[in-house]
Write a protein that binds this ligand. Sequence first.
Ligand SMILES: Cc1cc2nc3c(=O)[nH]c(=O)nc-3n(C[C@H](O)[C@H](O)[C@H](O)COP(=O)(O)OP(=O)(O)OC[C@H]3O[C@@H](n4cnc5c(N)ncnc54)[C@H](O)[C@@H]3O)c2cc1C
Length: 474
Amino acid sequence: MRVAIAGGGLAGLSCAKYLVDAGHTPIVFERSAVFGGLVAAWQDKDGAWIETGLHAFFGAYPNMLQLMGELNILDRLQWKRHALIFNQPEKPGVLSWFDVPDIPAPFNVIVSILRNNDMLTWEQKVRFAWGLIPAIIRGQKYVEDMDKYSLLAWLEQQGIDERVNSDIFIAASKALTFINPEDVSATIPLTAINRFLKERYGSKIAFLDGAPPERLCQPIMDYVIERGGEFHSNAALKEIVLNGDGSVQAFRIRGYDSQPEREITADAYVSAMSVDALKLLLPERWKELPNFQMLEGLEGVPVINVQIWFDQKLPTVDHLLFSRSNLLSVYADMSTTCKEYEDPNRSMLELVLAPAEDWIGRSNDDIIQATLAELTKLFPDHLPEPVKVLKTAVVKTPRSVYKATPGRQQFRPTQATVIPNFFLAGSYTYQEYLGSMEGAVLSGKLTAQAITNAKLDVPESLPSTATLVDAATV
Ligand SMILES: Cc1cc2nc3c(=O)[nH]c(=O)nc-3n(C[C@H](O)[C@H](O)[C@H](O)COP(=O)(O)OP(=O)(O)OC[C@H]3O[C@@H](n4cnc5c(N)ncnc54)[C@H](O)[C@@H]3O)c2cc1C
């Protein structure tokens, strides 16, 4: 089958990969000049990579690891010491390590919490562990049910100390979803905790050894091209053209490769665009269908990625750090953590600014000044002097992953839709991982499976217009 895919982020690329594996021919149309979507990056005039986001991989990313294994690129993941590391605002410049010993889960995580005496008292640890018991015993169903509560409300209900929230969960919530515990659905951190408690290396962190478009996206594309697939950049989907029965007749694609705008026909069509982009392109006739109406409950959350190049090395570690600052979420010294960005003499900090609602409309200068002010607390002996800033980059994403506030789970659509020849891929679609790289890769795989199982060559499987109209009134 020929499958047209709009959107060349990780979900679109993964969908293309698993479609060629199943013997189909995908053609991917990407709006931007670069593939990768939220993992896209490009080089500045000095050849330095500017990234859309600082990206960390976890041991609990089975689909990402499987994909990289199938492409023979697993050695591009640089695994770090098994630990989670937090800054301590009350002790500027001092890091607090949750070192995870190499023993079976969940004992490894429990020991790492019990051994850390910087952040929590024994009483707080015991209450925290006690509060987590329902999630451990009752599993994913309980975790999904907790979507009705914010993380903060859930912590209060479990009697978990406010200190656990301020010490650990604000940082975790900002890192996972770019929003604070009072806004985030309890399902999100509980999902992550559940994985970490089940898998021995689930919380182990890795960095890619270079820029994602070259080191991760390109191998997926090469694999697909070798098997007959196609990729077109600067080729935005402009309109989903419908047949009389409401199914897709064609994708109207903006002119690319010096060709005029044109309609592309295929046996199946996939939106691997972000949910916000899809909502803008939904045909009028589809808007009332339950599958698409539910998308109104989802929208992307703003986030900002900041990179700062310094003239000297800062005292950082080869790892991801949770800043525990109001302004910032996680950060890393990429001159140490990432092989391609390695520099023995100068640090390049990459930092995620979240929540970003109040900052997304501010100037890059304001953002850099505020970030540097925060960094003086993290590196009190080195900033603002004697270390100097060489250059900076700010990438604002006003609508990134879906905003995971309470009650969102019910709005996440499945990959197959009520339109038999139209499918959805994207980390916002329903899959057991969060709005993450793992979620994007898994969603693409599920979409390829849904297409393969859809038996689209059987014409009578298309519903009549009447069926679609009926569905709209449900
Ligand atoms: C700052 C930041 C940090 C992050 N950190 C992590 C992390 O540490 N770990 C982790 O696992 N995840 C992280 N993520 C999340 C992760 O990047 C995303 O969940 C994942 O990449 C989403 O992939 P996707 O394919 O679902 O969507 P997207 O990447 O949004 O892809 C959608 C694609 O559709 C394209 N498109 C839109 N409109 C059109 C159109 N009309 N026609 C054609 N194409 C179109 C877009 O250009 C884009 O390429 C981070 C994200 C950000 C922004």
